[in-house]
Each structure stands twice: as structure tokens, then as C-alpha cells.
Design a protein around this ligand. Structure first.
Ligand code: HEC
Length: 210
């Protein structure tokens, strides 16, 4: 029997380009973070990027040419239309190393999102949606497994950033600290020996001139 690819060789090498602006699909039994991915797509992605990278030049290229320069448009420029708003020129990344550092715990992150985001329509998310999108951001950053739902009863104990640096990275940082101490120790030792040698030489010279 001939396989599908050999009977249609022209299709064998076609790799579909993923649509970076497509709505994320839900699995059969979606988790809180899966719902959060949809909230993110609807309310956060246009500003914070499809990968949480922030409003980078690379991300703006995903849009059709007429929509790429947000700040020149009537919607988001200095003098926006009636329903538009001026877009800040920098929009922070939310996913990846070094992001979300202002927020010690998931409760802080949720509080901020619920009160201050989406930027142009603060307070428009429901409590549920803001927990969902918080859970999504935690999962994408590796801070939360998503096996239980995140809410006000547990969010205070879910630590972000420094508190949850993966173990391997923590060990590396310790090794670096220790080698720092070692270098200083050696430097101080070498300096002490040098001073000693200079002192001995001085003494030697003094005694020989007498
Ligand atoms: C219109 C653009 C826009 C949209 C839409 C938007 N944000 Fe933001 N977001 C911003 C800007 C601008 C800042 C920086 C605000 C500041 O520093 O005062 C920000 C900051 C943040 C921060 C703080 C990050 C940090 O490290 O300082 C978080 C968290 C955040 N947004 C989450 C969200 C979530 C979740 C959504 C969707 C529900 C969302 N944002 C939608 C523009 C947007």
C-alpha cells in the first residue's frame, strides 16, 4: 500500500506557518490556566505579545503593515480618536527570565492585574478572569503547576521571581558567590605577602647601610 505522503509528494514538505494571533484552543477538560490563555489572548496579547515578550518590534511585524506602527495611528497616537487611547511606547514582557519581578507572590500579581489591567480599560476583568490569567502567567513562567486552582486562599503563598528560582540556578549562584570569596582571599593574601617582602627588603637595606 502506498502511503499518503508518497502518493502526494508535493505535500510532503509543506509545513504550515503557525498563526501567532490565533485564539488558543481549549482541551477537553481545561484547567484554570488554559482558560487564562484565552483571557490573555483576548485582553493582553495585543500589548504584551503572543509569547509574553512585550510590545517588541519583532512582535509588531506579526501584524499587517498598516497596523504595525501603533503610535502613528489615530487609535493609539498622541491625539487618539474618541474611543482610542495613547499607547505607552514601552510595554513590559510578562513571560521569561527577569519578568514579573515586582510581584513577590501570586496575590500581588493578581491584585495588580485586577486593578490596573488591561491598561486601556482598567477594572474590566471579572475576579474569575483575573485569577485565570494570573494562573496562566504563573504556569508559563514555571511558578505554578496548575493542578489546583489559584484563589485568595492560596495565592499569598505562591512565591514568584527570586523565591522560586529553580534549584539548579540557585546552586550556580552559590558557587559563583563562593568563587568570589576565594578570589578576594587570594588577592588579600598576595597583597599581604608583597607588603611583607617590601618591609623585609627595607629592613635589609637599612641594616646594610649602617
Ligand atoms: C493597551 C495595552 C495593554 C494591555 C491590553 C494590557 N497591558 Fe499590561 N501593561 C501595559 C503597560 C503600558 C504596562 C506598564 C505600566 C506601568 O509601568 O505603569 C503594563 C504592565 C503590566 C504588568 C506589570 C509588569 C511589570 O513587570 O511591571 C502586568 C503584570 C500586566 N501589565 C498584565 C496584563 C494583563 C494580564 C493583561 C490582560 C488582562 C494586560 N496587562 C493588558 C499595557 C497593556
Amino acid at each position: 500500500m502506498r502511503s499518503a505522503t508518497s502518493s502526494h509528494p508535493q505535500f510532503a514538505t509543506v509545513v504550515p506557518t503557525p498563526d501567532r494571533l490565533a485564539k488558543p484552543t481549549l482541551s477537553v477538560s481545561p484547567s484554570q490556566a488554559d482558560y487564562g490563555a484565552q483571557v490573555y489572548w483576548l485582553s493582553c496579547l495585543p500589548c504584551h505579545g503572543d509569547r509574553g515578550q512585550g510590545l517588541t518590534d519583532e512582535f509588531r511585524e506579526v501584524y499587517p503593515p498598516e497596523d504595525r506602527n501603533c503610535w502613528n495611528s489615530g487609535c493609539h497616537g498622541k491625539r487618539p480618536y474618541a474611543n482610542g487611547f495613547t499607547l505607552p511606547t514601552t510595554i513590559p514582557a510578562l513571560i521569561g527570565s527577569g519578568t514579573l519581578q515586582k510581584f513577590p507572590t501570586a496575590a500581588n500579581l493578581h491584585g495588580y492585574i485586577f486593578a490596573a489591567m488591561p491598561f486601556w480599560k482598567k477594572g474590566s476583568l471579572t475576579e474569575g478572569e483575573s485569577w485565570q490569567v494570573t494562573a496562566f502567567l504563573l504556569r508559563q513562567n514555571g511558578f505554578w503547576q496548575g493542578s489546583t486552582d489559584l484563589d485568595e486562599s492560596n495565592a499569598g503563598s505562591v512565591k514568584l521571581a527570586r523565591g522560586l528560582v529553580p534549584f539548579v540556578m540557585r546552586q550556580k549562584a552559590e558557587v559563583q558567590n563562593r568563587s568570589g570569596v576565594l578570589i578576594w582571599g587570594v588577592l588579600i593574601g598576595v597583597l599581604a605577602i608583597l607588603i611583607l617582602v617590601v618591609l623585609i627588603l627595607k629592613k635589609f637595606r637599612n641594616t646594610t647601610t649602617i
